[in-house]
Design a protein around this ligand. Sequence first.
Ligand SMILES: [Mn+2]
Length: 468
Amino acid sequence: MDLAIGLVQACWLPRPLVLSLGQHLAKVRSSRQRRFLEFFRACSDLPPVLEPALAQLLLMVASLVRPALMKPPTVTFIGAPFCEGQNLEGADIGPQALRSAGLGRGAEKLGWRWEDKGDLDFSAHFERVGLGPNSHHHHDQLELYKEWLSLSCDINFSEWSAQRKRKESKSRASEHSEHNPTELHHTETHQGVVNAERMGSGLGLVHGEVLRAAEAGNFVLTAGGDHSIASGSLSALCEAHPGLGVVWIDAHADANTPTTSPSGHYHGMPAAHLMGWFGNEADAEPLAGFDWFTPGCLPESRLAYIGLRDIDPDEGAAITRSGARVFTMRDVDKYGIAMVVEMAIAAVSGADGQAPLHISLDIDAVDPHFAPGTGTCARGGLTYREIHYICEECALTNRLVSMDLVEVNPGLDPPPVEGAMHGDDDALGKASPTVRLAAELVLSALGKQIIGNVPPCEYKMLSAVEVS
Ligand SMILES: [Mn+2]
């Protein structure tokens, strides 16, 4: 919207003239210019009055004026170092690991403006709302991680930081030497969900931040943390982009309810919560801490899974009964990745096939051979190229508006391998293998292709066309 109106105002062009420019652009094939044209059509229904030659002149004016009018399309990067949905620490380093790997530089190289919102401060938030601080010191861990990365150690970050803490506590003769730093300690379970109140409150913070970025028309990239953050991000994105379709790439369906979950860990439940499967029992109360959340904000028909292979029995029955599309690893075997992606995207693109899209990428969807740095490895996953292909295809739709990247646990990742390979993106720097893959996958989703990248697009423009 801003672009067309801004253009008209800046050039003092009457609407018919602008329309004619649009008519001329109809001959242009690129998807970016096609959207430009759709926009002009949406602005007015007046007939064209100008010759194509003049329209060409206006196009030149527009190309000169445009850079002064608009900031480039923006990726808002939101670090959500939230690990309370399960019982391992380490995934909270995920967002910082992506930064250190050079993800921002990679996105800028593709033509995006990179807006890093930093890591959400859950510890301060919990103190503010009276839920007590985190037992885990996120900022200390970030500093340690940067040090580990600079040292070229031959052990992973989790072992290294544990050794380091043991040394420190010995020298202080502290009692903490027996504490196992990789286990988080939980104290309370409400309504079948471990730490329900903290989960709800923390995810509400994610919701607010994602909603602001999406409403500004930016591509929203939310990095976890564990997959529980999907409740915060997707509830916001469904609000900002009505009809949003979700491609959920995961080894697990994350579709347990508090009743069916074997562990009570919320990171195995967000899909069920989003689709409105919680509390269907007559006597169920709303989940503590989730008063901001609208259960069922993601209709089943707008969710397609790819890569499933480790599913609890009740959960399997529930997703099979549901309106969600399910492509397990067996479907990838049977149809091949190309057909699976095509079917998945079509399934969540709505009747007109033009719905905005979101990728919810749990790195454990990828085979542990390529992505060992995650808390719940499952054998028989997607290959390096299969996962890239899914992200590339989503980018090629020009409808991808957001992405969650979760469960990257740099603590469990083997140390970085020295030396680049041919074809490596020179924007990316030193990183452990899973972190590196995760950064590459974001770049694929942002339009990086083997030949000829997909240019960034403005999502305010897309939604304005859809509304009209
Ligand atoms: Mn997951």
